[in-house]
Design a protein around this ligand. Sequence first.
Ligand code: ADP
Ligand code: ADP
Length: 234
Amino acid sequence: RDIVRLEDARKIYVMGAEEVRALAGVSISFERGSFWAIMGPSGSGKSTMMNVLGCLDRLTSGAYYLDGKDVSQLDDDSLSELRLSYLGFIFQSFNLIPQLTVQRNIELPLYYLGWDAARSAQRAKELAEVVGLGGRLNHRPTELSGGQMQRVAIARALTNDPQIIFADEPTGNLDSATGEQIMELLDNLNGQGKTIIMVTHEPDIAAHARSRLHMMDGLIDRIETETHETDQPH
Ligand code: ADP
Ligand code: ADP
C-alpha cells in the first residue's frame, strides 16, 4: 500500500485580488520504503508540497491519504498529533535548542509524547549511538560541528520511530564531504525501510534518492524513478 497519495491536490493562496496556485492539481503516490527527492526552481511549490505531506499545512482542495487515511480534513490538533506520533523532520538549519544538551534535544519529542524520563534517556542514548554521537550526549549544539548537529537532528527525528522522514535541504548548511556523510546516514535509514521525502536543489544530493520529482509552477514537471531489479522482465 502507498504510504502517501495526493489526489488533485491544490493549494491556493489568496493575496488581495491575486491568487497564487502553489499546488495546481497534483496527483502522485509514494510507496512505503521509497526515497523521494522533490526538486524544481524557487517558487515551483516544493515547500508547499512538503508542508502538506508533512501535515504542517492543509490543502485548499483535493485529497491527501497518509497510510491509507484521508487526512485532508483534519483539524490542527489532529495534524500535530499525527506529526508527533508518525512523522520525523530534519531541516537545513538543524533547529536544535541551543540551551539543551544533545540528550535533551533528542528526548524532546518523547517528552511531548509523555514518555517517562528513564525510558526517554535510554532511547536517546540508543539513537545517539545510531547516528554516531554516543560520546556527545552532554554536549550542547554550540560545541558541535554542523554535521554533528544534523546527526542530533536525525536522532531526534527518529525518536518516535516515524513512518516517514521529511528532510528539507538536509545538507544545505554543510560542506560537501559532511553532506555526503549525512546522506549515507539517510541511505542507511532508507535501507532499513524508512520512507524518506527530501527537498533539495543539489543534483548530487538528489542522486541519493531512488525517485526524483521535479516541480514547475505548482505541477509535476517530470518524474525519474530507478527501476527495481525485481521489476525487470525475465
Ligand atoms: P518553493 O519551495 O519551490 O520555492 P513554495 O511552495 O514556497 O515554492 O511556493 C510556491 C508558490 O506559492 C510561490 O509563488 C510562493 O510565493 C507562494 N507561496 C508560498 N507560501 C505562501 C504563503 N504563505 N502565502 C502566499 N503565497 C505563498
Ligand atoms: P524555500 O523554498 O527555501 O523553502 P520559501 O521562500 O519558498 O523558502 O518559503 C519560506 C517560507 O515562507 C515558507 O514557509 C513559505 O510558506 C513562506 N512563503 C513563501 N513565499 C511566500 C509569500 N509570497 N508570502 C508569504 N509567505 C511565503
